[in-house]
Design a protein around this ligand. Structure first.
Ligand code: SF4
Length: 378
């Protein structure tokens, strides 16, 4: 089954750490963009079966419910979207009202993912977010009242000036609200992020690396105790509430992305759409090519990718299945490089399943780098 991703690149303000493909909201541009999306979905449609639709951004909740309804309708016309499809929308707490949420629900959205980031106002202000902690909790309650029974909340850890105790306040506040799903990310500062300058000017610092590890491990322990199951390095869920859409990225699945900068992977081919919103709209309007960077994955790249993404999951990789699918010998190829991680207890391999221990998740990038460009020995 395909996953369908729809990118909405508009935000009310640009956060000082953000490195996503987004720009400031412009009502006229948004109208042209939605028309382009409808046309692209129609052009790409081939009636294939799909079981997830995901509106990501940017801030998809800046669209009108009628626009979201039209986009879902276009997906249903162009693809065989299953009746029980997971239809997710990212939302920012300051953009929602009871009426808008009811409209999104009526449009067919059945899973909401709020970018909360922190339940402390001082931290939200340092991140230049537009909402307060109270507003985030209020938006959560509004979504429940509107009938959303599948809600995810995002938090970010290792923020400027954040202590472990302050981070855990946010984790506890999240647990108290009781969402079905949560994503916990470590703040990553890209080289030219405005937040870097602000941090230098304001003399804000990050906690030591050891504290970041403690933040992660203690947060996961509290979420475990509250009945959440970790299923991916950064994601936990109530039983059966994992993100079906995001699991496609981690389980060697196939998806089509619509909109500027959206990525697609299907039948061994990967491509990415034009990043610029205006260039994307112009390309669709002229019937031209929206995709750039189209390439066929080599067998070796597809194998590395399956391992790289599969290891993000707590259930790990079924090595026999991967060997059969890629006519490969995973441990024969990568075992030499991975053995030291297994000896250190960071990686677990029982002859069939290969997975990271929780301590190994903290060093995931280092361990996964063994999969890229290793010497082929089989
Ligand atoms: S709301 Fe999200 S996408 Fe928009 S600027 Fe902030 S972090 Fe980036």
């Amino acid at each position: 089954m395909l996953g369908l991703y729809v990118h909405i690149p508009f935000c009310s303000a640009i956060c000082n750490y953000c490195n996503f493909n987004r720009g400031l909201f412009d009502a006229a541009l948004k109208e042209h963009y939605v028309q382009a999306l409808l046309r692209e979905i129609e052009m790409q449609g081939d009636g294939a079966a799909a079981d997830t639709i995901y509106f990501g951004g940017g801030t998809p909740s800046l669209l009108e419910p009628s626009e979201i309804a039209a986009l879902i309708g276009a997906c249903r016309t162009a693809f065989a979207v299953s009746g029980d499809a997971e239809i997710s929308m990212e939302a920012n707490p300051e953009t929602v009202t009871p009426a808008r949420l009811a409209g999104f629900r009526e449009a067919g959205v059945n899973r909401l993912s709020y970018g909360v980031q922190s339940f402390r106002d001082d931290e939200l202000q340092r991140l230049s977010r537009l909402h307060s902690a109270n507003r985030a909790a209020e938006a959560f309650g509004m979504a429940r009242s509107a009938g959303f029974d599948n809600i995810s909340l995002d938090l970010m850890m290792w923020l400027p000036q954040q202590s472990t105790a302050q981070w855990l306040e946010s984790v506890d506040a999240l647990i108290a609200l009781g969402p079905e799903h949560a994503s916990l990310y470590i703040l990553e500062l890209y080289p030219n992020a405005p937040l870097r300058d602000t941090m230098a000017r304001s003399k804000w610092s990050l906690a030591p690396d050891d504290d970041a590890a403690e933040m992660y491990l203690e947060a996961m322990a509290r979420l475990d105790a509250a009945g959440y199951e970790q299923y991916e390095i950064s994601n936990v869920a109530r039983p059966a509430r994992q993100s079906r859409h995001n699991l496609k990225y981690w389980t060697d699945g196939e998806w089509l992305g619509f909109g500027c900068g959206a990525h697609s992977t299907r039948r061994g081919v990967r491509w990415k759409n034009l990043s610029s919103t205006t260039e994307y709209i112009a390309a669709v309007a002229s019937g031209g090519q929206t995709a750039v960077e189209r390439r066929v994955l080599t067998d070796r790249e597809a194998l590395e990718e399956a391992l790289f993404t599969g290891l993000r999951l707590t259930c790990g990789i079924d090595v026999d299945t991967v060997n059969a699918r890629y006519k490969s010998d995973v441990w024969g190829i990568f075992g030499i490089g991975l053995e030291r991680f297994r000896e250190a207890g960071l990686l677990i391999y029982d002859g069939r399943l290969l997975r990271l221990s929780r301590a190994g998740m903290l060093l995931a990038n280092e361990i996964m780098s063994e999969f890229v460009g290793s010497t082929v020995v089989d």
